[in-house]
Design a protein around this ligand. Structure first.
Ligand code: AVJ
Length: 360
């Protein structure tokens, strides 16, 4: 198996083990009528998910990766979060994309292969597609059903768009269904999903994106800015309890998929801004002393003990530029909203980053 990197484009048989689903089972719409969607499945296996969950729960400070939020239900709950009055990032970023879209397209280049990491519902890209006119749009997301549904909805709105959807976990080295002769690549990484990685892992991920793009490649990336902790606390602990349901769904998912017996009523959602580390943390707090069985293994919880489920780092503009610089990117332009809540950066890869960086 070859991962993202220099070898990738010169190895034609690379993706022969991907499954291309000719007619995904969502509704009765015919693929042929929708133009071109191809689907590639590089999802983590159930065994991978089990191993990762058990590893996280065995730690003295229990943790679970935020990528585990996004099963079908979790993706729906996330979409509901993006519409909450308290959750400013989505609407703020979309406002920035609407306002400066044509300028962004000028910098990113047109008629290229546009890769979106964490595409979710592919709503944001729709504000840019008319300006960007990519030759291929490649959404990458870990949530299979969500990715398929979004690709179909997009194909209906943009019938001439060529779509290659890849279901993959980009938090580790990952593959993409690229063709050897595709040389003009650009990447879009919205939503401040980069904030889910701690800075060292964020550097590694940006480095993998750099390897993929090659010198001269452009990355358009959304980054949430540090701000009044009261705004952040509300954004991650909304009055309607949607974020709490999103966090607790992680336990419901583990119950469903890993034969576990988490009692959802025995845990509660906690979110707060950690000023020192400039990150919002989300935890699930055990309300009682309890034992939980997961895939045949027993885990003890003390009263008040937590499972750390998410970090969402907030980077000032200069701090983010230094981080991206470590992966070989230079800042071409940064846009923010008028209130200074959120930023969108256009970065350009100045040199062959793989030559400069130590390999992970
Ligand atoms: C998907 C990483 C952008 O960190 O704001 C929203 C996820 N978690 N509410 C974020 C999330 C709780 C979100 N990102």
């Amino acid at each position: 198996m070859t991962y993202l990197g220099a070898l990738q484009r010169s190895e034609p048989t690379l993706f022969s083990d991907a499954t291309t689903d000719p007619e995904p089972a969502i509704g009765r719409r015919s693929l042929r009528a929708l133009g071109s969607i191809r689907f590639f499945d590089y999802r983590p296996t159930p065994a991978d998910v089990r191993a990762e969950v058990l590893e996280g729960l065995r730690r003295p400070a229990k943790r679970l990766s935020p990528k585990l939020f996004y099963d079908q239900r979790g993706s729906q709950l996330f979409d509901a979060i993006t519409e909450l009055p308290e959750y400013y990032p989505t609407r703020t970023e979309i406002g920035i994309l609407r306002e400066y879209g044509s300028e962004m397209a000028d910098l990113l280049g047109r008629d290229n292969v546009l890769i979106e990491l964490g595409s979710g519902s592919s709503l944001k890209i729709q504000t840019l597609l008319a300006a960007l006119q990519p030759s291929v749009y490649m959404p990458v997301d870990i949530s299979k059903e969500h990715l398929l549904e979004s690709a179909h909805a997009l194909a209906e709105r943009f019938p001439s768009l060529s779509i290659r959807a890849a279901c993959a976990d980009y938090s580790a080295p990952f593959r993409l269904p690229l063709e050897p002769d595709w040389t003009d690549l650009a990447a879009f990484f919205p939503g401040s999903s980069i904030g889910n990685f701690d800075p060292a892992d964020a550097r590694l991920l940006l480095g993998r994106v750099a390897d993929l793009l090659g010198t001269g490649g452009r990355l358009l990336i959304g980054v949430d800015l540090p701000k009044d902790p009261a705004i952040l606390d509300a954004a991650y602990d909304d009055a309607q309890g949607v974020t709490a349901a999103f966090n607790l769904n992680l336990l419901a998912r583990i119950n469903r998929e890993l034969d576990a017996d988490f009692d959802l009523a025995a845990f509660c959602h906690r979110a707060f801004f950690n000023t020192e580390l400039s990150r919002v943390e989300m935890h699930l707090v055990s309300l009682v002393e309890q034992q939980v069985e997961v895939a045949g293994e027993s885990f003890g919880f003390r009263v008040g003990e937590t499972i750390h489920t998410e970090n969402s780092y907030k980077y000032g503009i200069d701090t983010f530029h230094r981080l991206a610089g470590d992966a070989g990117f230079v800042a071409e332009k940064v846009w923010t909203d008028r209130q200074g809540l959120f930023s969108v950066h256009c970065l350009r890869l100045v040199a062959d980053a793989s030559a400069q960086r130590p390999r992970a």
